[in-house]
Design a protein around this ligand. Structure first.
Ligand SMILES: Nc1ncnc2c1ncn2[C@@H]1O[C@H](COP(=O)(O)OP(=O)(O)OP(=O)(O)O)[C@@H](O)[C@H]1O
Ligand SMILES: [Mg+2]
Length: 399
């Protein structure tokens, strides 16, 4: 026995074929192990999916809840609620809900007992989520570089009517209703609208067109109505409609459900614009990167009838922007912003801001006491590379 084993081990073609066989078995074993691991993880995923679907199923087969309004919350843990038919009930409240319960809230009621089992999100929340409201933005004209002409025009058509409506009324002149700012991304359109609100002590109400129609599906038209109502309540106010192309793009022939939603929103916006009187403390500014695709209905007289271009900055403007952006920073005395302006052809204000921010980060990482020109030049390379990559991703070249 021992002999024959050592014989086998020591040589001959027999051994090598056995080794080969063993090797193959080991490989096969490994492959099977891998397969088992794969199947195990697959099973795990399926189990997870099953649990999710089961939960969803349980949720869906639950009896519907009724909606009511809280009239009063009693100290003994119960509440008075009114259902949608106006009938009042004294009901129990789920103990986890009770501490948050307030009169006026909309609540979910169990069908059998009418007990309060949940609080519905407030209607107002929707408005707050759809609109960003800033009482008085802290951006001023001094924070904007290189847009003197644009600022001048915006001041005339937006600021003056808000500040001194009497001057217009006396002469019987109606100022333009809406101003449309158009230009490439990051050129300071939002900044400008905020600065006007600051200058006029106005409330800044910011809505984003694409959100109105995509995030709040079915609510677009109502939100537009709410928007103008809120602006009148908060006057003086500046309504800033960003990405107006998302609601105001030329309509195509075939309307999908989404398009119809967009159209309803646009129709409401046009109606609000028509019904609205300037000189009552509300100004409307819209912005777009794509003026070419806007529905001409929006640009008709009495609507957005003042169209102002906010262009990419030229060299001089880039110098002004760089000055603004570095005003509060510690720059090395040797930094030549004119040179940086020359080197940043094609960049927007937002790009320049990214360069300066990046330069600051580099200066910190390099333990510099001031931001040096090298920091800025290196940052410039980095931002350019990132921008190039982003563009390549947005406009992939196939083939
Ligand atoms: N002219 C400028 N002067 C100073 N800073 C600027 C200027 N333009 C842009 N910036 C900087 O870039 C940031 C972005 O600008 P802003 O949001 O105003 O651009 P936008 O034109 O509204 O862009 P978008 O079309 O993408 O909405 C600003 O917060 C500011 O830091
Ligand atoms: Mg903007």
């Amino acid at each position: 026995m021992v002999e024959s084993e050592s014989e086998r081990r020591n040589g001959g073609s027999d051994t090598s074929s056995l080794e080969e066989y063993l090797y193959r078995l080991q490989k096969e074993l490994q492959a099977l192990r891998n397969e088992r691991a794969r199947l195990e993880s697959h099973t795990f995923l399926l189990q997870k999916k099953y649990i999710e679907l089961k939960r969803e199923y349980d949720r869906l087969i639950q009896p519907p809840l009724m909606v009511g309004t809280v009239v009063d919350v009693l100290p003994d843990g119960r509440a008075v609620v009114k259902n949608s038919n106006g009938v009042t009930f004294l009901v129990n409240v789920l103990s986890s809900v009770y501490p948050r319960l307030r009169p006026g809230q909309q609540v979910a009621l169990s069908q059998q007992t009418l007990a309060v089992v949940g609080i519905l999100p407030e209607q107002k929340d929707e408005r707050v989520k759809a609109f960003e409201v800033i009482e008085r933005p802290n951006v001023s004209y001094k924070d904007i570089g290189g847009l003197e002409d644009v600022i001048q025009e915006v001041r005339e058509v937006v600021e003056l009517p808000l500040k001194e409506p009497e001057r217009f009324k006396r002469l019987g002149i109606e100022p333009p209703k809406g101003v449309l700012l158009y230009g490439p991304p990051g050129t300071g359109k939002t900044l400008l609208a905020k600065a006007v609100a600051h200058e006029t002590n106005a409330t800044f109400i910011h809505v984003v067109g694409s959100e109105l129609v995509r995030k709040f599906i079915g609510e677009g038209a109502k939100l537009v109505r709410d928007l103008f109502k809120m602006a009148r309540e908060k006057a003086p106010a500046i309504v800033f409609i960003d990405e107006i192309d998302a609601i105001g793009a030329v309509r195509t022939e075939t309307l999908t459900g989404g398009d119809r939603e967009v159209q309803r929103t646009l129709v409401q916006l046009l109606a609000e614009l028509d019904g609205f009187r300037p000189l009552e403390g509300v100004a409307i500014i819209a912005a777009t990167n794509r003026p070419d695709i806007l529905d001409p209905a929006l640009l008709r007289p009495g609507r957005f009838d003042r169209i102002i271009e906010v262009p990419l900055p030229d060299e001089g403007a880039r110098f002004e922007i760089l000055k603004v952006l570095t005003r509060k920073l510690k720059l090395s005395k040797k930094v030549d912003l004119k040179k940086i302006a020359k080197l940043t052809e094609g960049m927007s204000g937002a790009d320049l801001k990214a360069v300066i921010t990046e330069a600051g980060m580099l200066a910190i990482r390099r333990n510099h006491r001031t931001i040096t020109e090298t920091d800025i030049l290196d940052a410039l390379e980095k931002v350019r590379a990132k921008k190039g990559k982003k563009q390549a991703m947005e406009y992939p070249i196939y083939g």
